[in-house]
Ligand binder design. Structure first.
Ligand SMILES: [Zn+2]
Length: 93
């Protein structure tokens, strides 16, 4: 059971967008969420280079350009909820 964000009053959280969302997921549960497998892998299109790839963990880099994408746990089944951190985001995914 995961209730990420349900008690959070911070700005952003699981419904933030772009880099803010990526950073939220990276920090969630001390970073344990970020490398956890998604309940259902999502087919996404890289928002940097346009390559299609399968997002298998909550935070993952594009296999082509390395652009970091993330989805928050409450929206893990929604490909449209995947957010892109931006080309200069330096997180190791
Ligand atoms: Zn890419």
């Amino acid at each position: 059971m995961c209730d990420c964000g349900s008690g959070s009053s911070r700005a952003g959280g699981p419904y933030a967008t772009g880099r803010e969302l990526v950073e939220f997921v990276l920090a969630a549960h001390g970073g344990r969420v970020a490398c956890s497998p998604l309940p259902t892998a999502l087919e996404v299109c890289c928002q940097e280079c346009g390559r299609d790839f399968v997002l298998q963990t909550f935070v993952q880099g594009c296999p082509s350009c390395g652009g970091v994408h993330a989805v928050s746990p409450p929206r893990a089944n929604d490909p449209a909820a995947v957010q892109y951190a931006g080309a200069d985001f330096g997180a190791a995914a």
